[in-house]
Design a protein around this ligand. Sequence first.
Ligand SMILES: [Zn+2]
Length: 313
Amino acid sequence: MCESCGAKLSRRRALTGLGISVLGMTALGATISAAPASAATLKNAAWCNPALGRFPDGGHYGAPRPGGPHAGQDVTNSTGTAVYAAAAGTVIRRSWGGGLGGRTGNAIVLSHGGGIYTYYGHLDAYRVALGKSVSAGQRIADMGATGNVTGPHLHFEVHSGGLGPTVNPVPFLAARGVDLGGGWPRIDPGARGATVTVIQHLLNQRGSELVADGNYGSVSVTAVKRFQQTNGLADDGQVGPATWPKLVPSLNQGARGHHVRGLQVALNKRSAGLLVDGEFAGVTATAVRDFQRANRLVADGNAGPITWRALVG
Ligand SMILES: [Zn+2]
C-alpha cells in the first residue's frame, strides 16, 4: 500500500470517508441513495473496474497517513498488471504524483467532465499520451511500485467537484454498478456502451434478435427480463451478479457465433483491437491469453466465467 498519499483532505471529506468505514452498509446505502436525483440510475455502463486485485489492509480511503488521510483506495496486484480508464475521459496529467500535493510515483489523472476526475498512482509504465482521449476500459498504464510504497499496487482516487476534493472511490463506483478490484457489474435499463453490446450479442446467441447497438432500451430490457424469468432470476432487467454468470458461456477456440462477437466486443473494450467477426480463431485466442496474462489470470486462452467477469467488470 501507499506509505504516503495523504492528500490534505478537507475535514468534512475526511470525516465522510471515515464514517462510511465505521458505520458500514447502512451509511454506505445512505451515501448511494444521496446520488443526484436527476439520473434515474447511475448504473449506466459508463464506468468500469480500473484494475483487478485485492484491497490491502490499511489501504482504504481515509486511512491515517503522515500527510493526512489516505486520499484513495489501494488495489494490490503484481507489477505490470493492466490499469484501465475507469470511464471515458481525457489524460490531463501524466507525471510524478500527477502534480498534486502529497502524492508520489508515476501517475495519470483523467478528466471525465462535470468536475469528476480519476487518479491512478504508483504506475510502472504509461500506455497513453498526455492530452489523449480515452474510452472506458482502455488500457492506460501498468501497475507498479514507483514512489513511496511498500509494494506494487494501484492507488486509485476519485475527485468530485473539481481536481482536489476526493471522495471514497469504493461507494462512488458501487453507485455506478462497479465493484472496485473486480466483480460482476450492474447494468440498468437505459445504459449505453460496449458492455450493453456484449449483453445483446449474448442474448442473440440464445435466440433473441436484437440490434447490437449498445443501447439498453425497451426491446433489450424485455429480452433480459425473459431470460431472467427462464432462469429463475428476479426479472428486474438489471444485468448484475446473479444474471451475468447464467448469461456468459464458456468459449474455446473454434467456437463461432453471436457469443463470440460478444467476447470480441468485451476484449476490444479492454484494448484488444479485434475484428468482430464471431469467429474464435487464433487471433481471438491470443487476445484472450494476453488479457488473462495482463490481469494475472490463468492464461489458457479459454473464456470462462472468471475471464468474463474481469472483462465486463
Ligand atoms: Zn494509496
